[in-house]
Design a protein around this ligand. Structure first.
Ligand SMILES: [Zn+2]
Length: 246
């Protein structure tokens, strides 16, 4: 789950490192006997910065997860960062778009927490909650845009909420093409339908070069769609037998 191939490597890598406590948080640096007074940048009342604090329990991470996870029904009252990720990844997505959202959002959010922390700590950039939400939205919607050609609209958080709430009906599509029959054979394609009790159908017969050999329509009185389709097919087969076409 950590590695989502459609997201930038750096985002997945930060989650992988955080889960293994391989991130240079203040607490981690102190463990290496390097003098490092730990004062997190994420809270009103600064605390020791370790992975769980930075990515979960600190003011900033907590508010961010709460905002981002709310529309997805994620419980953020968790004591561990790992548990938040698990909660996201165990969501049963009803369609492929939501599947991408619930897989990618926790990774993009983790990255944004780390990016914000570093920008604030080393670049003196003010922490901007709305900016973080925008950047997370952009990252995950970019994945969806790359995956689904018909994606339209902006890359806002409202768009994420919209995609999560609307019941998109996905149908798997595959291209069907007409293939020529072998030499000395013809191919019959027929169809029929029934509307308001009146049935009709038709068909075309083409040779191995794809050229039209015969076309026909059939009329049948009252019936069903199945009857109309069967009659159209039967008419075509009878014609083929009559003129000794295979
Ligand atoms: Zn903090």
């Amino acid at each position: 789950m950590t590695w989502q191939k459609h997201l930038p490597f750096k985002m997945c890598f930060i989650v992988w490192r955080a889960l293994r406590d391989k991130i240079p948080t203040d607490a981690r640096i102190s463990q290496m006997n390097i003098a490092n007074p730990s004062r997190c940048i994420c809270c009103k009342n600064p605390d020791t910065e370790n992975v769980n604090h930075l990515f979960n329990a600190g003011d900033y991470a907590f508010q961010l997860w709460k905002h981002i996870g709310g529309p997805f029904g994620i419980n953020v009252e968790q004591s561990f960062y790992r548990q938040i990720l698990i909660n996201w990844w165990k969501i049963k997505a009803p369609n492929p778009v939501i599947n991408i959202l619930v897989k990618c959002i926790p990774i993009a959010t983790s990255w944004e927490i780390w990016r914000t922390r570093c920008a604030a700590k080393y670049g003196n950039e003010p922490i901007n909650f709305n900016n973080s939400v925008c950047l997370i939205s952009f990252s995950v919607l970019q994945v969806i845009k790359n995956q689904f050609n018909n994606f339209q609209g902006n890359h806002s958080w409202n768009k994420v909420i919209y995609l999560n709430s609307c019941n998109i009906n996905f149908k798997k599509t595959f291209t069907v093409s007409w293939l020529k029959p072998p030499v000395n054979f013809v191919k019959l394609n027929s169809d029929g339908s029934c509307k308001e009790g009146r049935c009709g159908g038709g068909g075309v017969i083409r040779n191995h070069q794809g050229h039209l050999v015969h076309a026909y329509t059939v009329k049948a009185g009252a019936g069903t769609n199945n009857l109309a389709e069967a009659l159209a097919l039967l008419h075509g087969i009878r014609w083929c037998i009559a003129v000794e076409h295979k």
